[in-house]
Ligand binder design. Structure first.
Ligand code: FPP
Length: 255
């Protein structure tokens, strides 16, 4: 009996230790909003805001591994962003080009695996080539996985997945009755990346704007006031500390 009590005490102590560990979100998805307002408030062009946003991307990537974050997804350009003025769209595409060319060596050296989600077929062919080359070059890296969403829309991604499954069913490769949540998840653009634990949107707006609609079903949502160019590694650290205090129940009752 004594040994059973000791075992129970040991177990309880180990549970307490685990409960006291700050819980890091394994996957953080970021809606990088507020570049335009940041620029406007300083009398700058909107593109200057996006350009400062690239500095923030660099800072957040650098901070992530030490905070225990293993996956980051960055919402860089939505399927709706084509509606912006041509010079802003062109400027953003040039920024992506510049980022890939300038940062490829450092990303690789830092052990970052870069992925892209979204429909790249509408992007300029040279940009598509640079994206594919960066994905190939960083494929084996494991320190941090960064998925960059360009020409991405959550609804479009779900429609594509549904179409892929319907085509497989039409070819007789799967039964319609076999299509379940796991099958749909498997048909999305990055099925090996776990669902985001935390979705952060900067700049005070409180909506998902068609980002990771399927994957964020049980994500914690956090809306922070800073515009993206002002979102520092410290602000990121604070958001992660707040996440650690959230009670994630996945539909169950509080324990
Ligand atoms: C939304 O802010 C931001 C975007 C549409 C672009 C985000 C892109 C970057 C930060 C560039 C770098 C990305 C990578 C991955 C290299 P907004 O301009 O709509 O802000 P507003 O609501 O204040 O106008």
């Amino acid at each position: 009996m004594a040994s059973l009590n000791q075992a129970v005490r040991r177990e309880a102590a180990s549970c307490t230790a685990t409960a006291e560990q700050p819980r890091a979100p394994r996957h953080v998805a970021l809606i990088m909003d507020g570049n335009g307002r940041w620029a406007h408030a300083r009398g700058l062009r909107r593109l200057e805001g996006h350009s400062r946003g690239v500095d923030t991307v660099r800072e957040i990537l650098r901070a992530s591994p030490e905070l225990g974050v293993e996956y980051l997804t960055l919402y860089a350009f939505s399927t709706e962003n084509w509606r912006r003025p041509k010079n802003e769209v062109d400027g953003l595409m040039n920024l992506f080009r510049y980022y890939i060319r300038r940062e490829a060596d450092q990303l690789d050296k830092d052990g970052v695996q870069v992925r892209f989600i979204g429909d790249s077929s509408r992007l300029a062919p040279d940009l598509q080539c640079e994206m594919a080359a960066l994905v190939e070059r960083t494929r084996e890296n494991r320190r941090l996985v960064v998925a960059i969403a360009i020409n991405y829309g959550g609804r479009a991604e779900i429609v594509d997945a549904a179409r892929r499954l319907a085509e497989q069913a039409a070819r007789g490769e799967i039964e319609a009755g076999e299509i379940d949540e796991a099958a749909l998840t498997g048909a999305l653009s990055a099925p090996d990346i776990p669902d985001p634990d935390l979705v952060i949107r900067t700049s005070g707006e409180q909506r998902l704007s068609n980002f990771l609609l399927w994957q964020s079903a049980y994500s914690e949502l956090m809306f922070v006031p800073e515009p993206w160019p002002d979102f520092t590694a410290d602000a990121f650290r604070r958001a992660i500390a707040r996440f650690a205090g959230r009670d994630r129940r996945y539909g169950a009752v509080a324990g």
